[in-house]
Design a protein around this ligand. Structure first.
Ligand code: RVP
Length: 500
């Protein structure tokens, strides 16, 4: 006979935190959000910890190199999506590891023989008016000049005028050498009243550009997530098909941590990948696995050697797995059970395996609830898709700005490897949708606001760290009537005619 679990499974919106005693020391600025990313033995420190408990989802519409830099700057981590060629994923990792705040790799470049028409077309495409003129039109070619909108007058010049005839020539440019620090670059910009400072190597090849307008971004953030060489820490998604080649390339590019990206991870395929990593790289390579929703799935991946375990099936905003296949579990219930299994495993073995709650975060307080329920960190897709830094288009719909957000199991992403159970190399049916989410501005502002709420709530609960919250939080399941009571009710909102 089948096993029945008669208790319904619940999600975050059905729970609330009950405040605990808070002393005068419980102020938001005293809250420490550091959290382990990978497993560690009792008494030892994890090889990698996050400074904030947030990671961005392994998705085409969420995590590219720009997102990775923006999130690492705030103390979190992106897992660059794996549903792209090995080469392009490795290139994204290289870009994150090679990123120097303030030093921008030029994305608008032309050749000396390019025309004014080419320049205008490129400006339209990239939105950038500063262009490098290099001998081969590449971002690392020999620098021959710079073009800005001050170098041409569309009304007075023929469209076929060559770039070399109107660019500001190299001889007239102020440039900096490769070893210039950001502070020195800023000083040169101020001293010479420049808008853009090209950085070149000894052979006059372009290395990067430093812009005056980015000045405010040049200040470092004290909670940024960096490695021993001050480079941003970055993760990468892999699959259970081309993992051998992919892992080699990603590690070569500098990936700090890997994660098997699968909609359902209680499977021998994951063990095969984990065995491959341990056999070839020992414990030096850090790799997470998932997703699971119960203690059996957790145990399996823990024993197979995962460095962290991801929890959640069907809770993602764009996910229709539960409707399509009838598998999954309410995210809160899944998390509570897996946290318990993690704690039991720790008691038994002395090895702490962090767990990541993946998907289903709608309100900021869900972040605090997930942490209180035992998550060490979260993975978010919809949340990050709304920001400037996500890789998708910003579109205006009926006067409101939206960003595109699509699932990995949608026909648009066609990430069949994420749903692969062996067999044909194709997506047999969709498990995700293509959607829009309201545009919300910059990652920095939004993460700052969300985490200020998390810190406040933790203070209400009398907890100054995530482990304290996991140990001491009081959590109550609430009735559907209480959920209504939690919003504005029985009043007429002034800017809305609805009676609530
Ligand atoms: P959310 O944060 O609710 O947007 O959920 C993001 C998560 O949804 C991802 O980290 C992933 O686990 C899951 N996902 C991604 N694509 C799909 C799909 O197409 N069904 N689901």
């Amino acid at each position: 006979m089948a096993i029945y679990i008669n208790e319904p499974s619940h999600t975050f919106g059905e729970y609330l935190l009950i405040p605990g005693y808070s002393s005068v020391k419980c102020i938001p600025s005293n809250v420490d959000l550091t959290t382990p990313l990978v497993k560690f033995k009792k008494g030892e420190a994890p090889a990698i910890s996050l400074n904030i408990p947030m990671t961005s989802a392994i998705m085409q519409s969420v995590s590219d190199n720009n997102m990775a830099v923006a999130l690492a700057r705030e103390g979190g981590l992106s897992f660059i999506y794996g549903s792209q060629s090995i080469e392009s994923q490795a290139q994204m990792i290289t870009k994150v590891k090679g990123y120097r705040a303030g030093f921008v790799i030029s994305d608008s470049n032309v050749r000396p023989e390019s025309t004014l028409a080419d320049v205008l077309e490129l400006k339209d495409k990239t939105g950038h008016s500063t262009m490098a003129v290099t001998d081969d039109g590449s971002p690392t070619g020999r620098l021959l000049g710079i073009i800005t909108s001050r170098d041409y007058r569309i009304s007075r010049m023929a469209p076929d005028t060559r770039a070399e005839d109107f660019m500001t020539r190299f001889e007239d440019l102020v440039c900096a050498g490769e070893s210039t620090t950001l502070k020195e670059a800023n000083d040169i910009i101020w001293e010479h009243k420049l808008n853009c400072l090209p950085v070149i190597d000894n052979d006059q090849r372009l290395v990067s550009l430093v812009f005056r307008k980015d000045y405010n971004e040049h200040k470092t953030n004290e909670s940024e997530l960096i490695d021993g060489s001050k480079r941003y820490i970055v993760g990468a998604g892999i699959n259970t098909r081309d993992y051998e080649k992919r892992i080699t390339a990603l590690l070569k590019a500098g990936a700090d941590v890997l994660c098997i990206d699968s909609s359902e991870g209680y499977s021998e395929w994951q063990k095969i990948v984990l065995d491959h990593v341990r056999k070839n790289y020992g414990d030096t390579v850090k790799i997470g696995a998932g997703n699971v929703v119960d203690k059996d799935g957790f145990r399996f991946l823990a024993e197979a050697g995962a460095d962290f375990v991801k929890v959640g099936i069907g809770g993602g905003a764009i996910c229709i797995t539960r409707e399509q296949k009838g598998i999954g579990r309410g995210q809160a219930t899944a998390l509570i059970e897996v946290s318990k299994a993690r704690d039991e495993y720790y008691q038994e073995t002395g090895v702490y395996i962090p767990i990541c709650s993946d998907g289903g975060i709608v309100h900021d307080y869900h972040i605090t609830l997930a942490l209180a329920m035992g998550a060490d960190f979260l993975m978010l897709g919809r949340y990050f898709a709304r920001f400037d830094e996500s890789p998708t288009k910003k579109v205006n719909i009926n006067g409101s700005y939206m960003k595109e957000y699509w699932g990995e199991g949608s026909a648009r992403a066609r990430n069949w490897q994420r749903y692969d159970l062996g067999g044909d190399a194709r997506l047999s049916f969709e498990e995700g949708v293509d959607s829009l989410v309201p545009y919300a501005g910059s990652l920095k502002d939004n993460v700052g606001l969300s985490l200020s709420k998390v810190r406040s709530t933790m203070c209400n609960c009398g907890c100054l760290s995530i482990p304290e919250l996991q140990k001491n939080a009081k959590i109550t399941l609430i009735s559907s009537t209480s959920i209504v009571e939690g919003g504005a009710h029985d009043v007429v909102l002034k800017n809305d005619s609805k009676i609530l």
